[in-house]
Design a protein around this ligand. Structure first.
Ligand SMILES: [Zn+2]
Length: 1048
């Protein structure tokens, strides 16, 4: 009856009035109190009436759309109350009534937020209705129907989303239908209305192509060409950007998957492993990129695990072997008394050999070799043949290198090419490298100027993607010639005089597997997987020659694996030119333009339809300065194992052995038989007196390690800075040597570094996930590094500080990860009462100091959380098992800084080395007795110790998330790039529909709602307010506590 109707309308008005004011909190409150159910009940009972009253039904639907849009469970609720199909029926019956149909469409859109609801609608013919509601331009082309059709589609696009509906769309030919409609609208109507329609059609296609059948249907129907050509005609129109973006995303999504052109996805380098205690040593599908994990679930909240030290992983009797690795504790410093510096034996003594007898003879051989000059003629000649021929040098004698050095001799501190070549000659690689990469051999000096981050050109990715799509549309235009193949040397010979660039990577740390000449100045490059595995493509290092000057060459590395990269945020690869080096500029420089990183259409060899495994393209364009130069391109400044070995030799030669105790030993041999260097640095005692020797032996230990991840060459440059500083004459360095004994393992993963790997060691495992129970055969360096730490621990000499240097691929700046029980519990929201837990806050001292003294360091990026996924890392194991309070991972960016004086600059080796120095200097802050030196280094030394810990909030520094904002262009194509309707947009549209009356059908132009700035768009005009409120108060007094649903 009419009174009843009026009351209901009044209630709806008041509700709308209440919900339109303020924030969404009221709506959420209403949802929590059963508001959605109440409105659904109202809807269902009104719609089931023999002749539904639309003057009430429409406002109910409007309000339900507004509320339901904010209710995550609206789909299930609607299904449960049988409102879904009822609404669909209402739509069916009212396709001719625009206002009613619109209300139904909003509601269905809101219901479709649940996949199961969308599936239900699909099964019940919703797709057919959608196609009934829209019509081709050719049959009906008034402006009104354009808007209305677009409107319908926009709201119903999510009905295509469920797999079942997508398959149904394929079966019924709707994919083809949508494409034809798109083509039709695109070609005929260039007015405004067509954008809405085209966008809505693309949105439907985007949703519908979630199944491979639907993507195949798009391709089979000529969708790629259609979308490409229609898009090209829109490029100049700024107003059509979003349409172009949507079409590009759709083309990327439908681009047929193509396996990378390799015979096998497994690494070209396979290495037989020694017997192992457990045999699943091969690479599985482990994905230790934790980005996919739920971060908060990953925090360790088990107090026992956080506080209790586990049992040792080996019998303690074994630790005796590590006595030898602590010569500083047994050395009697006879030289100090003899005063003779010229002792013949000193060299051999310095190279004290570790426990590994097979290595014992090697260092002596090394020394002989060095004395004889460059004895290894074979390698010298190979080196010469390789790059000097191509450089067209005239001379061809073994003395060539010497002469070159004489002529061009770069003055690179701590580097001597001959020492490098000798060190490289002893390095064991899986492939048996016989050629040196020139930059490693010749050396690198940081360029004089710091390098700005690259600016990203707008729409650069779109341009690159168009070129990729053209490959599909016009395969006949491609050269597709293999010009380099690690496994097939003949490919190179064939490309000698072909006009193609020449590539090479069979040298230490090199890892290009294949190069394909695609178009005249474009090459696809495929990286080698980590040895004995099929994953971890990211690091790259290769040589390129045969170029012409001033021609832009596009390089695409097509099998990258990470989901995002700093290459999207200003980072450039590094380039080294032999020509420039010989002209006195031996620099790795940042190079490359048009850089971007995005998901491509390639997939792993044996995974052609698996959508989970995707590859990404890193593309960049390089314009070389010189014709026929030999250049090297790398992910980051290379630092090889041979570079480390020769650096350590140079360093040893540089120190005053009477003042600096510098000893290099071998921690152990790697699987491939390369010694893993262990360096001990401390100050020699002033005399051999008992007191002085005791002082030395009582110095706290500082244990530093680096490069467990071979792709993180930045960590080696930081370590180089640390080593050089500790060996230097700097007064702070002297104080540090007098205060501490430094035990340094500069390269925990020599085999990985040598063989150009990114993440693993030869066993196909991430060594930084082995620390809990390292296998002595498969992870010997970790096993013995841990053994040495156990030894120190059991003799009461647990290190004061442990730090493992790493590189971070997704963040800027340099920062520390440490371990804190309290912070972990706080962050996890654990119920454990942390107030009663005692924890020394000293774990923050170093980061606080670094924040003051190291420009690249960012305190805000540090965190001290113990994650379950990291429980087998060095940092956590050394903290938990060795009781080292200050146990860290130091992460250095590959890119640059976004704060401090380096803001906006890419990081170079100078800054990385400086970071290594600053880390050492920060150790001074741990010693009150060294205040004097602190004062020199740090302007306000006193505050160092007194910094209030409470100043620090415990806000989440999520170590797994990118710090970067979303990339300007979509890296992925699976995501829907057209943003979902936000709530206010829906409110506004609902509102405008509320104004229109049934007889205003033809006037579809959305009205701007009369909005108070602080109000939400409202359903019903304000002038109704007072009367509604009055009506409500009457109602309230008459039926006190009744639920409003009972009144309908
Ligand atoms: Zn790392």
């Amino acid at each position: 009856d009419s009174e009843h109707l009026e009351s209901t309308l009044n209630i709806l008005n008041v509700l709308d009035e209440l919900l339109s004011a303020g924030t969404d909190r009221r709506i959420h409150y209403m949802i929590a109190k059963g508001g959605s159910e109440a409105l659904l009940t109202a809807l269902v009972s009104a719609a089931r009436a023999p002749s539904p009253n639309f003057s009430m039904l429409v406002p109910v639907m409007h309000l339900l759309a507004k509320v339901g849009h904010r209710d995550r469970n609206i789909g299930q609720k609607a299904e449960k109350m049988e409102a879904v199909l009822l609404t669909l029926d209402l739509l069916r019956q009212n396709v001719k009534h625009a206002r009613r149909a619109a209300a139904c469409l909003w509601l269905l859109q809101v219901f479709c937020s649940s996949i199961s609801t969308a599936t239900l609608l699909g099964k019940n013919g919703a797709l057919d209705i959608v196609f009934k509601l829209i019509s081709p331009y050719t049959t009906k082309h008034t402006r009104m129907s354009t808007v209305k059709g677009g409107f319908t589609l926009k709201h119903m696009s999510s009905v295509f989303f469920p797999d079942a509906n997508s398959r149904c769309a394929v079966a019924k030919g709707y994919i083809s239908g949508l494409l034809r409609l798109y083509e039709d609208w695109h070609h005929r109507d260039m007015g405004n209305g067509y954008v809405t329609m085209c966008k809505a059609l693309l949105r439907c296609l985007q949703h519908a192509t979630n199944t491979s059948a639907a993507r195949a249907a798009v391709v089979a129907e000529g969708g790629m060409g259609l979308l490409f050509h229609t898009t090209q005609s829109c490029l100049d129109n700024k107003g059509l950007e979003s349409l172009v973006d949507a079409a590009v995303q759709l083309m990327r999504k439908c681009y047929p998957k193509c396996p990378v052109p390799l015979r096998s996805g497994y690494s070209a380098y396979m290495f037989p492993l020694p017997g192992s205690s457990d045999d699943d040593s091969n690479d599985g599908n482990r994905n230790d990129d934790q980005s996919s994990r739920d971060y908060d679930d990953d925090l360790e909240t088990d107090l026992k695990k956080l506080r209790v030290k586990p049992e040792p992983d080996r019998p303690m009797e074994e630790l005796g072997q590590y006595v030898e690795l602590c010569p500083e504790l047994h050395c009697d410093f006879q030289d100090l008394d003899s005063g003779s510096e010229e002792e013949e034996s000193s060299d051999e003594e310095i190279l004290l050999c570790g426990k590994n007898s097979t290595f014992k003879s090697a260092p002596r051989g090394l020394i002989d070799q060095e004395r004889d000059g460059l004895t290894d003629h074979l390698r010298a000649r190979d080196l010469h043949n390789h790059y000097l021929n191509s450089y067209k040098a005239k001379e061809d004698t073994p003395g060539m290198v010497d002469r070159l050095l004489e002529k061009h001799g770069p003055c690179i501190p701590h580097h001597d090419p001959r020492t490098y070549a000798a060190a490289a000659a002893r390095t064991n690689s899986v492939a048996g490298y016989s050629i040196l990469a020139f930059p490693d051999f010749w050396g690198h000096l940081p360029p004089c100027c710091q390098e700005l981050m690259a600016e990203r050109k707008p729409k650069v990715q779109r341009e690159r993607v168009f070129e990729d799509i053209l490959r599909y549309l016009h395969p006949e235009d491609l050269i597709n010639k293999v010009v380099f193949d690690l496994e097939d040397p003949s490919s190179q010979v064939n490309s000698e005089h072909s006009g193609s660039l020449r590539f090479f990577s069979k040298f230490e740390s090199g890892n290009l597997r294949k190069a394909v000449h695609v178009r005249s100045h474009e090459y696809d490059l495929i990286l080698n997987a980590d040895a004995n595995c099929s994953q971890h493509h990211q690091w790259f290092y290769f040589e390129v020659s045969g170029m012409k000057a001033n021609v832009p060459y596009r390089f695409n590395i097509i099998n990258c694996e990470k989901a995002n990269s700093q290459f999207n945020y200003g980072m450039q690869p590094v380039l080294y030119s032999v020509r420039e080096a010989l002209e006195g500029k031996p620099h790795w420089v940042r190079a490359g333009s048009n850089i971007c990183y995005y998901r491509n259409h390639f997939c792993p060899v044996h995974n052609q339809n698996g959508s989970s495994s995707a590859y990404y393209t890193l593309t960049f364009t390089v314009t070389f300065q010189h014709t026929d130069d030999v250049c090297y391109l790398a992910y980051h400044y290379p630092y090889t194992y041979s570079a480390l070995q020769s650096h350590l030799q140079q360093l040893r030669k540089s120190v005053d052995q009477r003042k600096v105790f510098f000893q290099q030993q071998s921690l152990c041999n790697t699987i491939a038989g390369n010694p893993c260097p262990l360096v001990t640095i401390t100050a020699c005692p002033p005399s051999r007196s008992w007191r002085d020797l005791q002082q030395l032996r009582n110095r706290p230990y500082v244990v530093l390690t680096a490069r467990v991840h071979p792709g993180e060459s930045n960590a080696s440059w930081v370590m180089k800075g640390t080593l050089e500083f500790l060996c230097s004459d700097d007064p702070a360095a002297k104080t540090l040597r007098e205060a501490y004994i430094f035990k340094i393992i500069p390269m925990l993963n020599p085999d990985g570094v040598i063989n150009g790997m990114h993440r693993c060691s030869l066993n196909g495992e991430d060594l930084n996930r082995q620390w809990m129970k390292p296998d002595p055969n498969l992870s010997p360096t970790i096993y013995h590094a841990k053994g040495l730490l156990y030894y120190l621990n059991t003799t009461g000499r647990s290190p004061l500080v442990f730090c493992d240097y790493h590189g971070h691929s997704r963040k800027k700046n340099v920062f520390l990860y440490g371990c804190s029980v309290k912070e972990t519990l706080w962050q996890s929201g654990s119920a454990v009462d942390t107030a009663s837990l005692k924890e020394d806050p000293g774990y923050r001292t170093i980061s606080k100091t670094l924040d003051r003294i190291a420009p690249a360091f960012a305190f805000n990026s540090c965190n001290y959380l113990v994650e379950k996924s990291r429980e087998a890392t060095a940092r956590v194991v050394v903290w938990r098992e060795m009781g080292v309070l200050r146990s860290y991972t130091m992460e250095s960016t590959y890119n640059g800084c976004d704060q401090g004086i380096f803001k906006g600059l890419q990081i170079g080796t100078r800054e990385l080395e400086e970071m290594g120095m600053k880390f050492c200097q920060s150790l001074l802050s741990l010693r009150r007795s060294t205040m004097l030196y602190n004062r020199k280094l740090i302007s306000q030394p006193c505050t160092l110790y007194d910094l209030d810990d409470k100043l620090q909030d415990h806000k989440s520094h999520n170590s797994f998330e990118d710090d970067e904002p979303p990339c300007v262009e979509e890296i992925e194509y699976l995501n829907d790039c057209c943003p979902e309707y936000n709530e206010d947009m829906l409110d506004q549209e609902v509102n405008s529909n509320a104004f229109s009356s049934e007889d205003e059908e033809e006037n579809d132009k959305p009205r701007s709602s009369l909005q108070h700035p602080e109000r939400k768009p409202r359903l019903i005009p304000c002038f109704m307010h007072r009367t509604s409120l009055e009506a409500l108060s009457v109602k309230r007094s008459s039926c006190q506590s009744n639920d409003i649903t009972n009144n309908t």
